[in-house]
Each structure stands twice: as structure tokens, then as C-alpha cells.
Ligand binder design. Structure first.
Ligand code: HEM
Ligand code: HEM
Length: 186
């Protein structure tokens, strides 16, 4: 923002490259997981369904690892302060919606993994790493976790719609530099 400081405003600070990299890899994976999740559940039983479920689980568990890495990084390098143009209620809502997204990115893979385990399915991460089954086979628990995973996924879609709408409001309508904070080439 040229001349911003001369007008008494702080320049818009961006996220660090590690946070940006983790954000965009996660975003791509999550859009893929949501589409894959909704598509695969309607497939007839067969090889394609089995393969789709396996990829969904592998990518979902990768998102879990990326989110843990992200939380550690965030603790080490907290998000930069918001630009001055951001209003008071937006300043309150932004960290709440970001925290909700991060909680969902942990809760979805965990319920997914527990669901698989309760369903009696063992996971080999990318066909290579065998994962332990944290809970024994249990049809009732499987159904409860399946319902939880379903509703967590729909909550994620709702919060994401809000997240993307907020970014559009900031940058397309108001051009206050929020999107630039996360854009890779800054
Ligand atoms: C078109 C898609 C997306 C756009 C344009 C976008 C854009 C942004 C922007 C500009 C920020 C920085 C906000 C600020 O300045 O404080 C941000 C933060 C964030 N976004 Fe996204 N995002 C998208 C998709 C996603 C997805 C799919 C997820 C995860 C499910 C996600 C999770 C987050 C989180 C957790 C933060 C907070 C980062 C932190 O404080 O550590 N975003 N996003
Ligand atoms: C951020 C990560 C994840 C997202 C966004 C996600 C999203 C979804 C979505 C949208 C569905 C379809 C839900 C429905 O229509 O009822 C689904 C189903 C499913 N997910 Fe995930 N998922 C994630 C992680 C995982 C993980 C890590 C596992 C297992 C290790 C997993 C296992 C499953 C299974 C088995 C189903 C099918 C349930 C059924 O047959 O009804 N998911 N997921």
C-alpha cells in the first residue's frame, strides 16, 4: 500500500510463506475431499467406490497432519494484525471463524478415522503405513460417528461459504488488502 504510512496507516502485513503454503495446500485438499466425499457415498459397491474411499481417507489424514503442523507454526508465528480498514465486528468475527475452521480440520479427520475403525476397516496410509485401529468394531458407534462426520462436513461447508464470502467482500467490494495477506506472491 504505497504511501499508507505517510497517511498515518500501518502497511498491510501478510502471512508468512509457511502459513500461506499450508493454507493453500489445505484449501485445495479440502475442496477435493468435500467433492470426493459427496460423490463416493452415492457410488454403487465396487472397485471405484473402494478406491475413492481409500483416497478420501489418505488425503483426509494428510489434512490432519498439515493442520497439526499449521497449529504449531501459528503458535510460533501468530497471524499478522488486520489492516486498519477492517471494522470492529469483523475484527471480532475473523478469529472466531478461523478457529472454527481449524477445529473442523481436526475434528473431521478424527471422526473419519474413528468411524473407519468402528466399521472394522484397517487403514494403510497411501497403501504404505498401517495405522492402528483406535476403537474396536462396533456397529452402533460406527453409525454415531458417521452422523457426526456428516454434520461436521456440512458445518465446514457453511463456515467456508462465510469465509469465502468475507474475502470477496473485503477484496472485491472494499479492496482493503485482506486477500493480499494470504496471496502467495506478495
Ligand atoms: C477460495 C478459497 C479461499 C480463499 C480465497 C481464502 C482466503 C483466505 C484469506 C485471505 C485469509 C487471511 C484472512 C486474514 O487476513 O486474516 C484466510 C485465512 C484462513 N483460511 Fe482461507 N481461503 C480459502 C479457502 C480456505 C479453506 C478451504 C480453508 C480450510 C478449510 C481455509 C481456512 C483458513 C484459515 C483456518 C485461515 C486463518 C489462518 C490463520 O490465521 O492461521 N481457507 N483465507
Ligand atoms: C478434512 C478432512 C475431511 C473432510 C472435509 C471430509 C468430508 C467428507 C464428506 C463431505 C463426506 C460425505 C458425507 C455424507 O454425504 O454423508 C465424507 C464421508 C466419509 N468420510 Fe470424510 N472427510 C474428511 C476426512 C476423513 C478421514 C480422515 C476419514 C477416514 C480416515 C474419512 C472417512 C470418511 C468415510 C468412511 C465416509 C463415508 C461415510 C458413509 O459411507 O456414509 N473422512 N467425508
Amino acid at each position: 500500500m504505497p504511501g499508507a504510512e505517510a497517511h498515518g496507516q500501518r502497511p498491510t502485513l501478510g502471512y508468512r510463506p509457511v502459513a500461506k503454503g499450508l493454507h493453500w495446500i489445505t484449501a485445495a485438499a479440502v475442496f477435493g475431499l468435500l467433492a470426493l466425499g459427496l460423490w463416493m457415498t452415492d457410488l454403487p459397491i465396487g472397485l471405484t467406490k473402494l478406491e475413492a474411499y481409500a483416497w478420501h481417507k489418505w488425503i483426509g489424514l494428510t489434512v490432519f497432519l498439515l493442520t497439526v503442523a499449521r497449529l504449531i507454526w501459528r503458535w510460533h508465528a501468530p497471524p499478522p494484525p488486520l489492516p486498519d480498514a477492517v471494522t470492529r465486528w469483523e475484527r471480532r468475527l475473523a478469529p472466531v471463524s478461523h478457529a472454527a475452521l481449524l477445529v473442523l480440520l481436526v475434528a473431521l479427520p478424527i471422526t473419519g478415522w474413528l468411524m473407519s475403525s468402528a466399521g472394522g476397516v484397517e487403514i494403510f496410509w497411501f497403501g504404505l503405513v498401517p495405522l492402528p485401529n483406535p476403537v474396536p468394531r462396533d456397529a452402533g458407534l460406527f453409525e454415531r460417528l458417521r452422523t457426526a462426520h456428516h454434520w461436521l462436513a456440512w458445518t465446514l461447508m457453511a463456515v467456508l461459504a462465510l469465509h469465502v464470502a468475507a474475502v470477496i467482500r473485503h477484496d472485491v467490494l472494499r479492496r482493503d488488502g485482506v486477500f493480499r495477506r494470504m496471496w502467495p506472491s506478495r
